[in-house]
Structure formats: C-alpha cells, structure tokens
Design a protein around this ligand. Structure first.
Ligand code: NAP
Length: 227
C-alpha cells in the first residue's frame, strides 16, 4: 500500500520503518525536507534524523503535502498540539477519501515534565481532525503506548496486551486492524465511534503516572484488558 507517515519524530520514524519493512511504499512527511535532512545531531533517542534516513534507503522524505498526495493511507504522527496545522499543510484534498490513522496526543511540554495533557471528555483531538477534514476516514489507534511497542508488541509479554481502535467508518477500521495484525497485534479492541477516542486520549495522564511510578523504560509496560 502507498502510505504517508506525517511526522519525523520517534513515532513517525518507527512506524515508517516498520511499514517499509513489511513491503509498503512509504513516504515520510516533514515541514521542510531540506531542513530535516540537516538534522545531524542525535535526538533524545540517540539517533540523528539524517543517519536514520541513510539507514532506511527505501524511505523517501517529502513535504507534508507531497507525502499525503502520494498516499492511499495517511498516518498522523505529529505533535498533537499542531496536528491540525500539519494536516492543513498536507492539504484537505490530499486526505479526501483516505484512511487517516491518528496516533497523536496533545501533550504540552512547555512547562517541562510531566507534560500537561490537553485532552477532554467532551471532544477528542481525533474528532477535531475529523471535523476539519470531513472527507478523511479518521481512525484513532496506538496512542496509548510507547512508540517501539506500536509496531512490535511481541517485545513485551509475548504481545499479550491491548491496542484500542476508534472510528466512524467500519471498513477503514477493518483496514487498520489488518495493518495492526501485520505488526503482530492480537488483542485489538474496537471501542466504537470516533468519540471513544476521548477515552484513549484521556489515558495519557495515567500512562504518564505509570511511567514515573514504575521507574522502568516506557516500552516495558502497557495496558492489558483482562476479560
Ligand atoms: P513529536 O515531537 O511530538 O512531533 C514531531 C512532528 O511534529 C514532526 O514531524 C514535526 O515536523 C511536527 N511539528 C512540530 N511542530 C510543528 C508545527 N508548528 N507545525 C507543523 N508540524 C510540526 O514526535 P513524536 O514524539 O514522534 O510523537 C508524535 C505523536 O505521537 C505525538 O502526537 C505524540 O503525542 C504521539 N505519541 C508519541 C509516543 C512516543 O512514544 N513518543 C507514544 C504515543 C503517542 P518536522 O518534521 O517538520 O520537524
């Protein structure tokens, strides 16, 4: 499948690399490819973007707009505080009729750690994205865990933990579930309409508390629903 991953942070890089490994035609979107290519300093994960891109020769780096235009399916892996702006740069016409997988959380790091979680029980970021881009089929998923677990659940507890899915379009959710299964997910809970993303976005405060209380790396714990 032709996939655009909008975002060059650890989530965008991790998801893009895994999708390419699975044989998809993946373009990564960024505001200004020439500026992003110049990122030669390691980030907090120890990798410079330029080094990462060299190691993944199959991946192309384009503007948000060119990446989205290329794709059948678009992944939003931008900072949740600016996702609406980033997707507007991608262009509403380039999202029309496409599945838009939203992984973003609106975390505000301006006052340091832990970040403030800009989530609401009245409206999720995913719903705001859906309202802004009515032609897209928004599916919220993967936002409740660390980036490395998103694409490789088996690295924790043999993959015996849970990923949630919210969206208004059943066929879009079915396509996204297929992608999740290709990553190794087995326990996929479809919560229902996109409004259920309010709940998964509101899991972030407890997720952040767990990170602090458990004192273990964020890819070493995850939510599991027992029933
Ligand atoms: P991030 O630092 O939150 O976001 C990086 C992306 O945001 C970059 O592509 C950047 O564009 C874009 N961006 C930043 N400011 C912008 C602006 N003013 N206008 C347009 N775009 C802008 O990256 P991340 O840590 O990989 O997280 C991505 C998303 O996944 C976030 O919403 C985060 O909350 C969510 N998430 C993260 C994790 C995790 O483990 N980190 C886990 C679950 C969910 P450029 O490419 O041009 O720099």
């Amino acid at each position: 499948m032709r996939i655009a991953v909008i975002g060059t942070g650890v989530v965008g890089r991790t998801v893009a690399a895994r999708l390419a490994e699975l044989g998809h035609d993946v373009v990564v979107g960024t505001r200004d490819p020439s500026v992003t290519r110049e990122r030669t300093q390691p980030d907090r994960f120890g990798t410079a973007f330029s080094t990462w891109l060299e190691k993944h020769a199959g991946l192309r780096l384009e503007t948000f707009e060119a990446a989205a235009a290329h794709a059948e399916l678009v992944v939003n892996a931008t900072s949740g505080l600016v996702s609406l702006d980033a997707l507007a740069s991608a262009g509403a016409a380039n999202l029309d009729g496409k599945i838009l997988v939203d992984i973003a959380n609106a975390l505000d790091f301006s006052k340091g750690m832990p970040p403030a979680v800009r989530a609401s029980s009245e409206e999720s970021l995913a719903e705001r994205i859906q309202t802004a881009f009515p032609g897209a089929h928004v599916v919220k998923t993967l936002n409740t865990m660390n980036a490395f677990l998103m694409v490789d659940p088996a690295q924790l507890a043999g993959g015996d933990h849970t990923v949630f899915l919210s969206g208004n379009d059943a066929s879009a959710k079915a396509r996204v579930s297929e992608l999740l299964r290709s990553f190794g997910w087995r326990d996929i809970i479809d919560l229902g309409e996109l409004s259920t993303a309010r709940g998964t976005e509101l899991l972030l405060p407890i997720w952040l508390s767990l990170m602090s209380a458990l004192g273990i790396p964020p890819s070493n714990f995850q939510f599991k629903i027992v029933r």
